[in-house]
Design a protein around this ligand. Structure first.
Ligand SMILES: Nc1ncnc2c1ncn2[C@@H]1O[C@H](COP(=O)(O)OP(=O)(O)O)[C@@H](O)[C@H]1O
Ligand SMILES: [Mg+2]
Length: 320
């Protein structure tokens, strides 16, 4: 369904005038630094990691909102970066993104209805009358009765209601693949379960594949079949959700798991030192080594590859 190969995104660092005079050398933030994974039809993969590790950038690359520095994205076997405009438009319709911030995702001057009708018209799916009918239906479907909500403005909605509109807008195009970027992290805790349930209903009904981005492994566990754990632009561990939770191989995964209260019984507490390194000054060798309680000399020198197949990990000294 979707295959990502050695995907990279480097952002240039803005320098002050004086810094530019002192050094001509360009600096880069390696937001996504060579990730490879694939997903099947109907599968949900959680991408998990701390803030700043490159999750959103990965999602935006797949949704076509950023251009990769390097690497390939194959959708249904075709390299999307090499498609002609017409084919690309078709693919763009099939891949939709749900953003983290329901306040920033909607145009404050546009009524709810127009947010839903526009994608149908832009992609020439139907005429305006039919578009309106479809919009009303999907509003009912996401729990916002069309009669009541079609003509409202975003500021007349709560955060949870806005996120339902955002979900409706993504789903109205009947996508095959959805990138959901922390879809509940800005939603009131009491409303999160219902929003996740709604996403899972669409998943079932449309047999959707979903890349579910979250910093919260306990949310990831509810919705996904597999997880990939990211650290500073790289995938450090990947595998079936249950397997990885039961026996994490990478110390970083284990540390993330041991910080979740409900998992604590199973996993020995692992404390990692300090904060995530600055992605402009990537550590040598294994980029996790400065924080790793088990780091040895090799970890400072050699970058570990992702090995191990179905349950993959990038660590010289994996946990038992
Ligand atoms: N448009 C951008 N320009 C420059 N740096 C960026 C941009 N977007 C993200 N970054 C940087 O890339 C890194 C990864 O960011 P992001 O993908 O948002 O991580 P996450 O979603 O995991 O928090 C961060 O260091 C962030 O500051
Ligand atoms: Mg993010």
């Amino acid at each position: 369904m979707i295959e990502v190969r050695n995907l990279k995104k480097y952002f240039p660092v803005q320098k002050s005038a004086i810094e530019s005079l002192l050094s001509k050398e360009k600096k880069w933030i390696r937001a996504v630094d060579g990730i490879t994974f694939s997903m099947e039809k109907g599968e949900v993969l959680s991408l998990i990691g701390e803030s700043g590790c490159g999750k959103t950038t990965t999602g935006r690359l797949i949704a076509g909102l950023e251009t990769p520095t390097d690497g390939e994205i194959l959708f249904e076997g075709k390299n999307v970066l090499k498609l002609r405009r017409k084919e690309l438009k078709k693919v763009r319709r099939k891949i939709q993104m749900i953003f983290q911030d329901p306040y920033a995702s909607l145009n404050p001057r546009m009524k709810v209805g127009k947010h839903l009708i526009d994608p149908l018209l832009i992609h020439n799916i139907c005429e305006e009358d039919e578009a309106k009918e479809t919009a009303m239906k999907i509003l009912d479907r996401v729990g916002l009765p069309g009669e009541e909500f079609f003509g409202r403005y975003p500021h007349q909605l709560s955060g949870g209601q806005r996120q339902r509109v955002v979900i409706a807008r993504a789903m109205i195009l009947k996508p095959d693949f959805v990138v959901a970027d922390e879809p509940v992290s800005m939603i009131d805790v009491s409303l999160r379960a219902a929003i996740l349930e709604l996403l899972m209903e669409f998943r079932r009904d449309y047999n959707l594949s979903m890349l579910f981005i979250t910093h919260d492994i306990s949310v990831g566990k509810i919705v996904s079949d597999r997880i990939s754990v990211m650290y500073l632009g790289k995938i450090v561990e990947t595998g079936d959700m249950e397997k990885v939770i039961e026996s994490p191989k990478h110390p970083y995964t284990a540390a993330l798991l041991s910080s979740v209260p409900s998992f604590e019984r199973k996993i020995e507490k692992i404390d990692i030192k300090g904060d995530v390194a600055n992605p402009m000054e990537m550590p040598s060798g294994c980029r996790f080594h400065p924080r790793c309680p088990f780091a040895k000399e090799k970890c400072e020198k050699e970058e570990p590859e992702l090995i191990g197949g179905k349950h993959g990990f990038a660590c010289h000294y994996p946990l038992g």
